[in-house]
Design a protein around this ligand. Structure first.
Ligand SMILES: Cc1cc2nc3c(=O)[nH]c(=O)nc-3n(C[C@H](O)[C@H](O)[C@H](O)COP(=O)(O)OP(=O)(O)OC[C@H]3O[C@@H](n4cnc5c(N)ncnc54)[C@H](O)[C@@H]3O)c2cc1C
Length: 440
């Protein structure tokens, strides 16, 4: 008999896993709290289409996306600028969030996924050590496997028993609060760096961007502490001083959202359960891009599930999903979390000083883009950090910070290589504890 897969929430990773499993003959039903046709924020997203290729999905139709140009990064004073380096295979596309949802949902429906809208998921149904279903506002639903794609605050993950060793709550500094709005373009002045990312802009710990497009200017304000609309409006005014194209007329957006920006969940699976996407904290630490990672995770999870289709889904046979995801994505993005934590401890002056001394250069962006294994990353960090600190030799405090970040990055990369290849509850719990601790 075909297995019943219950997907909680229509997150990007969940839809991809659902589509690929339905294609292989599984009975897949997604339970989503929103109404049909209302999913997606009123803004655009950028992500690497190579993730679609990895999942074996076609490109969206050409009129629904465009390629993104390279971003520039600067410190609070915006004086020194680093340019992102993207190889052709890693080029990102920009797409309306609503179009991306339509594209993925259409694929899922075509492959036989059933979607129940207006159905809030309330929590897991547990039987002994196993997740056997979900409680929803429309009643209890049971299945052979629950894929948790309910986002960062999933009520399923948050209500799992402690004995599962899956982190229930996200730390307050593990997420970034985002305000996003599109404004009119009020000048045609040529500007350098059309897609500018500014760290600690205006002295606020966080990351912001101003992206100039043909017809509008896209503003994103991300902070690690809560802020309100009044502060967002004042800050946008501040950004106008150095961004002449940024007009005053708000065209779209203007709302707040949160993204997890920390290392991935150190345990993503349990008997009858797998977490994916923002629920498993998959976005890039610091920057918050999570769509491509969720899509790739969807493919890895679907492969794991279909390889074990004759068995009941246990942590033991779902574990290769986590191992596969860490190998493909998680291990290499985790060091960014060490950089983020260090930045949060620094003063605005220190951050600007680090940019001014060119401790990181555009060339480094190229080196980072070329890394494909934790071993390569460790060797690069060990080679580059002693060179880097030469430029800040007269600032002992910053030398210590940079050395500490380098050591932590190597430690988390080394630990990722030591993740148990096979599930053993005790060994996994021990590994997860030391992995989580390495970021502190
Ligand atoms: C402002 C902003 C800008 C971003 N820009 C980018 C970008 O440019 N590129 C990029 O790669 N990433 C971006 N991200 C991150 C990206 O949105 C996520 O990483 C990605 O969507 C994967 O998240 P998810 O689908 O797992 O979770 P979510 O997007 O949170 O989706 C969860 C789904 O579950 C549903 N749900 C939640 N709770 C329940 C419940 N109780 N019952 C039933 N259903 C429920 C939700 O309605 C939603 O459909 C951005 C995020 C934000 C907030």
């Amino acid at each position: 008999m075909n297995k019943n897969i219950v997907v909680a929430g229509l997150g990007h990773g969940g839809i991809v896993a659902a589509a690929l499993l339905a294609e292989k003959g599984f009975n897949v039903t997604v339970y989503e709290k929103m109404s049909e046709g209302t999913l997606g924020h009123d803004w655009t997203d950028m992500f690497e289409p190579k993730a679609l290729d990895f999942a074996g999905l076609p490109m969206p139709s050409a009129d629904k996306f465009r390629y993104k140009e390279n971003m520039t990064f600067s410190g609070p004073s915006s004086q020194k600028v680093l340019t992102q380096y993207i190889t052709e295979k890693d080029m990102q596309i920009i797409m309306e969030r609503k179009d991306l949802y339509t594209y993925l949902i259409d694929i899922a429906l075509e492959k036989g996924v059933k979607i129940v809208y207006d159905c809030e998921v309330l929590g897991p149904i547990i039987n002994g050590d196993r997740v056997v279903g979900i409680k929803t506002a429309k009643g209890d639903i049971t299945g052979d496997l629950v894929i948790d794609s309910c986002g960062m605050n999933s009520p399923v993950r948050r209500n799992l028993p402690k004995s599962f060793n899956i982190q229930n709550e996200i730390e307050s500094d593990g997420k970034i609060i985002i305000y996003r709005a599109f404004y009119n373009k009020c000048s045609d002045d040529e500007i350098s760096g059309k897609f500018k990312i500014i760290l600690y802009a205006g002295g606020h710990p966080g990351i912001s961007w101003v992206a100039s497009h043909e017809a509008y200017t896209d503003v994103l304000i991300g902070r690690f502490k809560p802020f309100d609309e009044k502060e967002a409006v004042e800050f946008t005014e501040f950004l106008r001083r150095t961004n002449p194209r940024l007009g005053k007329e708000k065209l779209r957006g203007g709302s707040f959202a949160e993204i997890p920006v920390r290392h991935n969940l150190s345990v993503m699976v349990a008997d009858g359960y797998a977490a994916i996407g923002d629920c498993a904290f998959m976005p890039m630490p610091l920057i918050g891009n999570g769509i491509a990672n969720a899509i790739m995770a969807g493919k890895i999870l679907a492969d794991t599930v279909s390889e074990n289709k004759k068995e009941s889904y246990t942590a033991k046979n779902l574990w290769s999903y986590q191992v596969g995801y860490y190998k493909k994505v998680g291990a290499l993005i985790a060091p960014l979390q060490c950089v983020k934590s260090a930045l949060l401890e620094l003063s605005v002056k220190d951050v600007d000083y680090l940019f001014a001394t060119e401790i990181a250069t555009s060339d480094d962006m190229r080196i980072i883009a070329g890394l494909s294994t934790p071993q390569e990353a460790i060797a690069t960090i060990k080679r580059e950090i002693p060179q880097k600190i030469k430029s800040i030799n007269n600032n002992k405090h910053l030398v210590a910070v940079v050395m500490d970040v380098g050591a932590k990055m190597c430690k988390v990369l080394t630990l990722s290589l030591r993740m148990p290849e096979r599930w053993d509850k005790e060994k996994v719990a021990k590994w997860a504890k030391s992995y989580d601790k390495a970021f502190k």
